[in-house]
Write a protein that binds this ligand. Sequence first.
Ligand SMILES: Cc1cc2nc3c(=O)[nH]c(=O)nc-3n(C[C@H](O)[C@H](O)[C@H](O)COP(=O)(O)O)c2cc1C
Length: 368
Amino acid sequence: MPRLVFDYVEGGAGREVATARNEAEFDKVTLQSRVMRQTSARSLATSFLGYTYQRPFGIAPMGMCNIMWPGADQMLARAAKEMDIPLCLSSAASSTIEEMRDWAGENGWFQLYVSGSVDVAMKLIDRAEKAGYDHLVLTVDVPQVARRKRDCRNGFQMPFRIGPRQFLDFARHPNWAISTLLAGAPQPRNFQAGFDRSASRAGADWHFLDVLRKRWTGKLIVKGITCAQDALRIRNAGADAVYVSNHGGRQLDASPAAISLLPAIRAAVGPKYPLIFDSGLRSGEDIARAMALGADFVMLGRPLLYAIGAERERGLFSLLRIIAEELDLTLAQLGLTSPGDLSEETLAGACDAGIHTHHGQFFNKAGE
Ligand SMILES: Cc1cc2nc3c(=O)[nH]c(=O)nc-3n(C[C@H](O)[C@H](O)[C@H](O)COP(=O)(O)O)c2cc1C
């Protein structure tokens, strides 16, 4: 695909250190193999907020997916239904709230940006409710869209503005350009007065959360949390789940790796409170790592769009299957049979705790 399209997906804030850190930090989380346990009957089915999904992962909200390839939103919806995983439609999606609910059914969640006025946000909520969504994800980590240098360089805008530079970029990718031309240029479809990407989204404040909690009777999830104190306040405001994420490093280049924040946030909200996680997940083992560190459910972002870019629907399905298979094999290796078995006990070193060496001999806690 054109450079402008790939860079929109791949890029991050600033020098893209946070995006790189998200992935690098995953590699530092090591897990403990356990042997000779009976693990032949394994299942990835996972209950989250009252629903049982066939996998412990879903599709993170991403604006303008159809930019990757025409029909990407429908591909994601078919995958969500067939694999029985949730798909969160972005406020800035290239398909409407109503279309996605038709395509994804109960697997569809809706993500809300309070972009511009609170009135506009309330209208989106009304539409989501009317369409039958049960899950609302309020994203709060984009008070303003960060400077993403690649987008600045490429002149990325919504809706597209095609100058000579963009024209050349598109002309060099005729397959994408012709398919996109025939399907009609993708654009954010949920805002009547258009979607101003640079408008403030800071209307999603603590007061708004209280209003929203009274207004939305379904499941309410707050996304973009990196701070234990914020997580606790959101739990106390009555949200059903906290969604730990640094937006894939797309907002604050100085952000710590999202995965490194999970233990403190888990400790703050307590062992039972529902936590979702994204930012940097690239494999089934990464999912096991995040769940061992306290996530109950995780969401995949960029890799799904890369898969669509590479091989359309076939790429998407094969990526989701590979990730599920990797997670399944990881469970076997860890001596576990279900994602729900993953815990801090799964982290490397946990099985050695309480064992002390004494004159070269090993003792367990009971001194045996
Ligand atoms: C192209 C793109 C568009 C995104 N748009 C949104 C969005 O509209 N709303 C939102 O809450 N998050 C959005 N995100 C953030 C994702 O939901 C998710 O937090 C992030 O992709 C996780 O990082 P990872 O993909 O590197 O794992 C977007 C991410 C990407 C890559």
